[in-house]
Design a protein around this ligand. Structure first.
Ligand code: UT7
Length: 331
């Protein structure tokens, strides 16, 4: 029986830093409100011409270096993102072209903030069934170009950042290392609690000049509603992973949650009874980078020496859909 194990991690964020004070110039908001309600101080936004596959490529190169592999060693790419370089195809094919891997399968996963968990879980299954040996899993996002930067859109605009993280997952015969369990969930009854309505195929044509003059082309969220479900489902799906493997919260060495809001992360840690030193939080620097947030946080935690050989590492996410999920692994 093969196991799947992460052997390389890397991340990349665009150079352009946007502070809360920068946002104050464009909309009626304040550094104080953003820090208190979200914990965010800065986020990185792309410049004109940047692509989400390009961000993914930079992260992928670092993950490959760390794994000691070359692009040609990759036999499957999974790209988690809400964005693509163009309306279609998905960013996975644009990344595959940039990596010079014609013929290698490339799959896109569009599960918002839970995208990376869905992608890693998919990679795990393809490895455990013996289908592929080395899988590149990327979580990358460009949110900044789709936000309403006026006061009308301030509740969403202050939250999001751009960036990418990547991991190389490989097949191993080691029995006690690697991904131990993965758990995925969705509840489409709440799809419209966090969504972007237009463009939409229900309209003929799907995008019009008139649409662009309304706020319905921008992402919308019922913040408090989403918050309530996030702090319920995050701990639940972590407990599910622990129950499946027979571990308890005390066994977790490091918890890497999707970075949605500092207050959500603190509430989840408290509900689980996890001491803060076991929790990774970098939202103050990057904001919410959707599918990129977990691999960026994992890569930083690794660089900072916070993940050591043999550690029990737990990942969890919650986001639009609603979707949520967890991964428990022995590093
Ligand atoms: O990653 C996917 C999952 N996402 C999440 O889990 C996010 C969950 N939700 C949240 O993190 C929080 O609900 C937010 C950070 C989005 C909002 O924080 P909140 O404490 O729930 O604020 P609120 O939406 O209830 O708004 C409070 C007030 C409102 O004014 P009134 O009605 O009290 O006068 C808003 O209009 O804050 C106002 N407000 C702002 N003020 C300054 C909303 N956005 C801003 C802003 N700057 N950017």
């Amino acid at each position: 029986m093969l196991n799947s194990k992460i052997i390389g991690v890397g991340h990349y964020v665009p150079e352009r830093v946007i502070t809360n004070h920068d946002l104050e110039q464009w909309m009626d908001t304040s550094d104080e409100w953003i820090r208190e309600r979200t914990g965010i101080i800065t986020r990185h936004w792309v410049k004109e011409g940047d692509t989400v596959s390009g961000l993914g490529l930079e992260a992928a190169k670092k993950a490959l270096d760390h794994a000691g592999l070359k692009a040609e060693d990759i036999d499957f790419i999974i790209f988690a993102s809400m964005a693509s370089d163009h309306d279609f195809p998905g960013a996975g094919c644009f990344l595959q072209e940039k990596m010079g891997l014609p013929g290698v399968p490339s799959m896109d996963i569009r599960n918002a903030c839970t995208g990376f968990i869905y992608a890693l879980s998919t990679a795990d299954k393809f490895i455990k069934t013996g289908t592929y040996k080395n899988i590149l899993v990327v979580g990358a996002e460009i949110q900044s170009t789709g936000l309403d930067l006026s006061t009308r859109g301030r509740d969403m605009a202050v939250l999001f950042g751009d960036g990418a993280g990547a991991v190389v997952v490989t097949a191993t015969e080691e029995k006690d290392k690697g991904i131990l369990t993965t758990h995925l969930h969705a509840d489409g009854r709440f799809a419209k609690k966090l969504w972007c309505e237009w463009p939409s195929v229900t309209h003929h044509p799907r995008i019009t000049k008139e649409m662009c003059e309304t706020d319905r082309i921008y992402p919308k969220m019922e913040g408090r509603f989403v918050f309530k479900y996030a702090v319920t489902y995050f701990p639940q799906v972590v407990q599910e992973a622990l129950e499946a493997t027979g571990y308890s919260v005390e066994d977790i060495d490091l918890f890497i949650p999707h970075q949605a809001n500092q207050r959500i992360t603190e509430a989840v840690a408290q509900r689980l009874g996890l001491p803060w030193e076991k929790v990774v939080s970098n939202i103050h620097k990057y904001g919410n980078t959707t599918a990129a947030s977990i691999p960026i946080a994992m890569s930083e935690a690794f660089q900072e020496g916070r993940i050591k050989d043999g550690d029990l590492v737990c990942l969890a996410a919650f986001g639009a859909g609603f979707t949520w999920g967890s991964v428990l692994m022995r590093w």
